[in-house]
Design a protein around this ligand. Structure first.
Ligand SMILES: C[S@@+](CC[C@H](N)C(=O)[O-])C[C@H]1O[C@@H](n2cnc3c(N)ncnc32)[C@H](O)[C@@H]1O
Length: 269
């Protein structure tokens, strides 16, 4: 099945560099939520682990650090895998391969644990992907979708009528991603025949200082989204002034839910 033009595909060199920077920032930002999930699903004692949509490898590196098992990272983008090869070069327990999530190139019942992070939002057919993951995991094994966002549940105040909708999913939809994937995870996992638990990975509300710090790191990305959406430089400057002011005053509140799903494959499936 051909991949849709996700933000990781068909990018210019500059766009790819920006996107990788954003992934690295996200990996640091979400580590606090992801790492306990890895322990919860038994990563430490797993022998064979598959990380689907491993991208630039930053999240795969977190996984490799927490296990003595062999970790296979698979991704459909050669550009991303080249970055991952470099990031993971010192990790002797990691193998990387090019491949399609809708048709995983592994025999059935190969892995103890299959993981993915920020993948389902971008795939053409999430049900087909989870079915494939279920095929390659061993009976009694586990599948973890560590974080999948739901932009529809985003809360942001003070409001901005033009900019808020962009960051509440419009930009994702334009890139053919599913901004509401978080709420659908349970449905996909249950339909694959998995014993399923879902939860919200990030229940903590960040302080304004943390929000500001994140914004300043990711500023190029924010400006690009607004500029791609047709905002003038003047409008962007005005928005940024108000945005930073509300952070400096300590009054801004942002919440962006990210769901996780854990699916256990029954022994008899
Ligand atoms: C948003 S990135 C997340 C990367 C990594 N998991 C992380 O959290 O940093 C999504 C990754 O999934 C890959 N991807 C998207 N659709 C895919 C598919 N159908 N098959 C294989 N990889 C895919 C992309 O190439 C990209 O590297």
């Amino acid at each position: 099945m051909p991949q849709k033009d996700s933000p990781c595909h068909k990018r210019t060199k500059e766009e790819l560099t920006d996107f990788i920077k954003k992934l690295h920032l996200q990996a640091v930002e979400t580590a606090e939520e992801r790492l306990p999930l890895y322990l919860k699903v038994g990563l430490k004692d797993a022998t064979r682990i598959l990380d689907v949509g491993c991208g630039s490898g930053v999240v795969t590196r977190d996984i490799a650090r927490l296990t003595k098992g062999t970790v296979i990272g698979i991704d459909g983008s050669l550009d991303m895998l080249n970055v991952a090869r470099n990031i993971l070069k010192e990790y002797v327990n990691v193998r990387l391969c090019l491949g399609e999530a809708h048709r995983l190139p592994f025999q059935k019942e190969t892995f103890d644990l299959v993981t993915c992070n920020l993948l389902f939002m971008w795939v053409d057919d999430p049900q087909a992907v989870i079915n494939e993951m279920t095929r390659v995991v061993k009976p009694g094994g586990t599948i973890l979708a560590s974080l999948e966002p739901d932009y529809g549940g985003k809360i942001h105040w003070p409001e901005h009528p033009t900019v808020d909708p962009l960051f509440a999913g419009e930009a994702i939809r334009k890139k053919q991603g599913d901004p509401h994937i978080g709420r659908k995870l349970r449905n996909f996992f249950v339909r694959a025949g998995l014993q399923t638990k879902v939860g919200i990975g990030n229940s903590r509300i960040w302080s304004c200082e943390e929000d500001k710090d994140y914004y300043l790191h990711a500023r190029d990305f924010y400006i690009k989204v607004m500029s791609d959406a047709g905002l003038t430089n003047e409008e962007i400057d005005r928005w940024e002034y108000d945005y930073l002011k509300s952070l400096d005053e300590g009054i801004q509140l942002s919440f962006f839910p990210q769901f996780y799903a854990i699916g256990k494959k029954p022994l008899s499936l």
